[in-house]
Design a protein. Sequence first.
Length: 307
Amino acid sequence: MSSSSPALPGRPSGSWLRRMLDRPNVLGLILAAPASLILILLLAYPLGLGIWLSLSDAVLGSPAHFVGLRNYIQLFHDPVYQGAIFYALMYTICSEALKLFLGLGLALLLNRRFRGYRAARAIMLLPWVAPTVLAALAWNWLLNPQFSAISWLLMKLGLIHSYINFLGETWPARISLIVVNVWRGIPYFAMGYLAGLTAIPKDLIEAASIDGATRFTIFRRIIWPLLLPVTTILLSFSTIWTVTDFQLIWTMTRGGPLNATQVFTTLAYQRAINGGTLGQGAAIAASVIPIMLILAFIALRSTREGR
């Protein structure tokens, strides 16, 4: 015979803690607390410190004093910072447009079943998975002003008569960085679009073909509208990565020649670390925060709507 007494009618079963843990919102908060604490320590504190530094006259080796918005006011009268805004916008817009267009075309090509299509998909990923610094060093060799393989090929084809200094002149350097960024980013868009294409019901395409719709009409009326949510997600995340790109540009040009390829990240590093003016470098980095918040909001909203 059991010694435990049966539960009385109307008496709540289980402890108060058990009842609280049975609530999904409470249990979710408890499970997310360790990760949230790590994020606060690793992200929120450095972000807050960076904003404080941007409002101070902090210099390496000297105490910081609060100066308000003085660093930001000086930046918007700084021609180098204005040039960084121009090239950051050019770098981002041109790169994202080309990656979207070429990535979609590559995805449509690789979505077909042909001999070796699996190997082609695997090879396509190489630019994306290769370390950024290693890829930048390889492109530095390809664009070298003295023994560039690209210049050699163009000379053999009779298109040019002398080697091009791709990274030593303003516009060739700007365009070269965009080309390398596009080369690295195409696989990301292609794989994202491949996933979207496989999710499109084939019955819709077959029904449209039976009704006499051309391939272009099928793409414009069926495929592209269904790929729009995927496009928003891909563009949002890729734009965040492109705006904050540092390794590729710093490895290849270090913001040169004559600050022609400076963007927010390279200029902030140059002013804060190399120059020692922590306050001004932090202000350059913090000036990108509003753009990042908008892009993060779009990416988060698109992810939720895509579920």
